[in-house]
Design a protein around this ligand. Structure first.
Ligand SMILES: Cc1cc2nc3c(=O)[nH]c(=O)nc-3n(C[C@H](O)[C@H](O)[C@H](O)COP(=O)(O)OP(=O)(O)OC[C@H]3O[C@@H](n4cnc5c(N)ncnc54)[C@H](O)[C@@H]3O)c2cc1C
Length: 402
């Protein structure tokens, strides 16, 4: 393809805005249409469960830097309107208000939404966007509230920590035997449980939720658990994972399977690329389809796909092969994961009990694949560099042990 004249980006958030910014930095002078179904200019999500929920930050501070002056990048902003369909042959995106936008290049950056309970009374919240965060913060402000968090993933655990630090009574319920088993190993997951218990959270593990019941006023009153116990609650936060926003692409010809399926260069269809939480691409570093729900990945992949689109038809693009990187702040702990976890975990610095440690992960063949660092930011960055250099386990032990 010759240089595209009009690039359309669906999803006006972290990955989409990063893509737009990268196109302009690469001197792309054509038109860029940024379509977002939220009415807000792009904002940062990580503070929603941390500083914003704590009441320490106000909304102005959330705006992504590249959107502080919205006219600066010369974008055609289409906010508050959803993309509802894609025609690959005609190269058009249909919008919820009846309009159609034509593209030469299309970037899918439409993220994911929070999974919720099928049916629930008022007082039950999820946390994905600014509107969710506003509603939850105002429910916590109304206090004194008893908060019940269903699901001890990163979002649930962060909400529990922030609510606890606001002085509220918090119960956190997890159906699995340890928090965060989807992301971490069981030992580290149990260390998260211990961290919360030390801060006074009632952590219930290995028990599911049967029902969320309303009181006489119609609002949530208690959560009934599968072991027959009940948790009295004024506010319930459901943190049971996310679902990629792919509904609007059904039937378009783009392959959908737990995200938009792409090749190792994030190409989903001719002239169509995907990035951020919605993209499921073949990361050659791990040799498998991967979808990553992490801030750094959204930034890096947004930038990568922008360059990828401009290069299409030219040189063979390098695959997108990052070392994943994630952080979470809970109480006074900074929890950072470089790479991925593996079946073999080994603490090489500090201890889980101290809640200050570095743990290395190796795969079945003994290859160093990841490192988890708690309040060890320097070693976390070092671990990321070692993974990028494909260092061996011994080298990582020597560098990160203490
Ligand atoms: C509360 C919270 C805390 C987090 N904390 C951390 C953290 O500590 N560390 C970390 O690494 N990551 C964290 N994350 C994850 C990180 O924020 C995400 O990985 C990142 O936001 C993904 O960016 P994205 O642009 O791919 O998707 P999103 O940010 O989900 O943006 C997608 C946008 O597309 C819009 N959209 C969807 N469908 C359509 C459509 N059909 N038409 C138009 N627009 C559409 C959505 O409404 C949304 O605005 C956190 C996320 C949340 C919610």
């Amino acid at each position: 393809m010759s240089e595209p004249k009009q690039i359309v980006i669906v999803g006006a958030s972290l990955a989409g805005l990063q893509a737009a910014q990268t196109l302009r930095r690469a001197s792309f002078e054509g038109s860029i249409v940024l379509i977002g179904d939220e009415p807000h200019f792009p904002y940062d999500r990580p503070p929603l469960s941390k500083q914003f929920l704590a009441g320490a930050w106000e909304e102005e501070k959330l705006r992504l830097r590249a959107a502080v002056n919205p006219s600066e990048l010369g974008l055609d902003w289409m906010l508050g309107v959803a993309a509802t369909g894609l025609d690959l042959d005609l190269r058009t995106v249909a919008l919820g208000d009846g309009r159609t936008v034509t593209y030469d290049g299309l970037i899918l950056a439409c993220g994911a939404h929070a999974r919720s309970l099928a049916d629930h009374p008022p007082g039950v919240f999820t946390l994905r966007g600014l509107d969710d965060a506003r509603a939850l913060r105002s429910a916590l402000d109304t206090g004194p509230a008893r908060v019940c968090v269903i699901g001890a993933g990163f979002i649930g655990a962060e909400v529990a920590a922030t609510a606890r630090e606001r002085g509220l009574d918090v119960t956190m319920i997890e159906a699995a035997a340890a928090p965060l088993v989807r992301v971490l190993d069981a030992g580290a997951g149990l260390a998260i449980a211990e961290l919360h218990r030390r801060h006074g959270v009632d952590v219930r593990l290995g028990v599911g939720v049967n029902e969320v019941q309303a009181g006489a006023d119609g609002r949530v009153e208690r959560v009934l658990l599968a072991d027959g116990s009940a948790v009295e609650a004024d506010v319930v936060v459901v943190g049971i994972g996310v679902v990629p926003n792919t509904g609007w692409l059904e039937g378009s010809g783009v392959s959908i399977d737990n995200g938009v399926v792409c090749d190792s260069t994030c190409l989903a269809a001719p002239n169509v690329v995907a990035c951020g939480d919605v993209a499921r691409w073949n990361n050659p570093r791990y040799g498998r389809l991967t979808r990553v729900e992490q801030w750094d990945n959204a930034v890096d992949q947004g930038a990568y796909v922008a360059r990828r689109l401009l290069e299409e038809g030219g040189v063979d693009p390098e695959p997108f092969a990052p070392v994943p990187w994630f952080w979470s702040d809970q109480y006074d702990r900074k929890i950072q994961l470089a790479g991925v976890t593996g079946p073999n975990a080994e603490v090489v610095n500090g201890s889980l009990d101290e809640q200050r440690f570095v743990q290395l992960y190796a795969d079945d063949s003994g290859r160093f694949v990841g490192a988890l660092a708690w309040n060890r930011p320097r070693q976390a960055i070092q671990a990321r560099q070692l993974l990028e250099q494909e260092a061996g386990l011994d080298e990582a032990r020597a560098a990160l042990g203490g």
